[in-house]
Design a protein around this ligand. Structure first.
Ligand code: BGC
Length: 405
């Protein structure tokens, strides 16, 4: 079947390369054209300027079933994910802002690529090969999401790709293919206190199988630590639909890493059995979020790393989570090569972040499912290692796949 399609659907490769600005052009495509069958497409438009005056673009990826994803070269931020619900209406399932300026000023990491190290490093400090490194601290005494100026607050170089069927994809059906935005960034030695010059590349892909895929690749010229993720805030009822507490969540995790008051793992790997952290079968998020539980108290709700049961370290993509909104019938599966997933139930949202179309995002109006290595791994030799050395390549993939049920 796949071979036949490869023969009958010759790959259309239109790689229009170039740095930001050079590829910027107005997107005049109509929605009717966008929903016609064929491989996904990618277009770009000028979005604004950084505080340094550099030109920032917004890229629009569309697929044959009408799904639309917008991504910027500023922070690799996914600003919109529009998915058809069971009635065919497009629902924007991610929180975000309308303007670039709001993202530049923001502190929520809405939709961004997070790095060099997603999540927390205790005391903003770690030791590697006998040297102690002091990192920028931006979360009390701790280092969070790469520091004061992480990968979410820099301008990435871009390259766009459109192609026919993806060899090996389970969605190898007529009209299959992909559109990708390849983002690259060089983080200099010493950036936020980290050793080594890093070369990071993140490929954001939309397929006709309604997959939104992130492929991360990083190399370094000196030993360092790396842990990248995508920090989307999901609300499958729509970004402006209020609380996520009625969403049903399934996590393929029998253990989680309990945290202290600063949300740093204590080192314990606790079984979820009999706790509000047991999402091994689909469970309404609100069902136990207010339970009298010391760990829910530390997080102000769910803000914890779950150890994924099926991870073996072999680099294979495996199911990590399923999320479903009973109102729209929209469902999302998360597959990853990573060992952990931070489930954050949007506890720190308090209505002060005014987002798209003037929506004030209140308490628990969005949730994050951040695939990653465990928090504070650089200080926890017993956790899967986040060390990257010269000559090695950090590789990680996560897929968010949408459907209606
Ligand atoms: C963390 C939260 C944090 C949020 C925004 C999440 O990944 O787990 O504790 O508040 O990001 O920074």
């Amino acid at each position: 079947m796949r071979r036949l399609l490869l023969l009958t659907l010759p790959a259309l490769l239109s790689a229009c390369g170039g740095d930001r600005g050079e590829t910027a052009r107005r997107d005049s495509r109509s929605n009717d054209e966008a929903s016609s069958p064929g491989p996904p497409t990618i277009t770009s438009e000028f979005w604004g300027a950084t505080p340094d005056g550099d030109s920032v673009s917004l890229y629009t990826l569309r697929n044959a079933s009408g799904m639309i994803v917008q991504v910027s070269d500023w922070g690799g931020i996914v600003t919109r994910v529009l998915v058809p619900d069971r009635d065919g209406n497009l629902v924007d399932v991610v929180l975000g802002h309308d303007s670039l300026a709001a993202y530049v000023a923001g502190t929520t990491y809405f939709g961004a690529i997070v790095g060099r190290y997603a999540n927390r490093i205790a005391g903003g400090r770690f030791e590697l090969d006998g040297t102690t490194y002091e990192l920028a601290t931006n979360n009390g005494e701790n280092h969070l999401h790469g520091g004061i100026r992480g990968f979410d607050k820099v301008l990435w170089k871009t390259f766009t790709v459109q192609s026919g069927p993806i060899p090996g994809s389970p969605f190898d059906v007529p009209g299959a293919g992909r559109a990708s935005l390849i983002l690259s960034y060089v983080s200099e030695d010493g950036d936020q206190g980290y050793p080594g010059q890093l070369e990071a590349e993140v490929t954001v892909t939309l397929t006709n199988g309604n997959e939104l895929k992130f492929d991360y690749e990083v190399t370094t010229d000196a030993p360092t630590v790396v842990n990248l993720t995508h920090h989307g805030y999901w609300n499958l009822g729509g970004h402006d639909s209020g609380s996520i507490l009625d969403h049903e969540l399934e996590l393929r995790a029998s253990r989680f890493t309990p945290v202290d008051a600063g949300l740093i793992p204590t080192g314990e790997l606790r079984h979820v059995e009999g706790t509000p952290f047991d999402f091994r079968t689909p469970t309404r998020i609100g069902e136990r979020i207010e339970a009298d539980d010391e760990q829910l108290g530390s997080g102000g709700g769910y803000d914890h790393n779950f150890m994924l049961d099926d991870w073996t370290g072999d680099g294979a993509l495996r199911l990590a989570a399923r999320l479903r909104d009973p109102t729209t019938g929209l469902a999302m599966e998360v597959l990853t090569t990573e060992p952990g997933l931070q489930f954050y139930s949007g506890n720190f949202l308090d209505g002060s972040d005014v987002g798209k179309a003037g929506t004030a995002y209140g308490h628990r109006n969005g949730l994050c499912l951040e695939t990653q290595h465990f928090p504070d791994s650089p200080n926890r030799p017993e956790f899967p290692s986040t060390v990257l050395r010269p000559g090695e390549k950090y590789e990680s993939t996560t897929v968010y796949q949408f459907r209606t049920e």
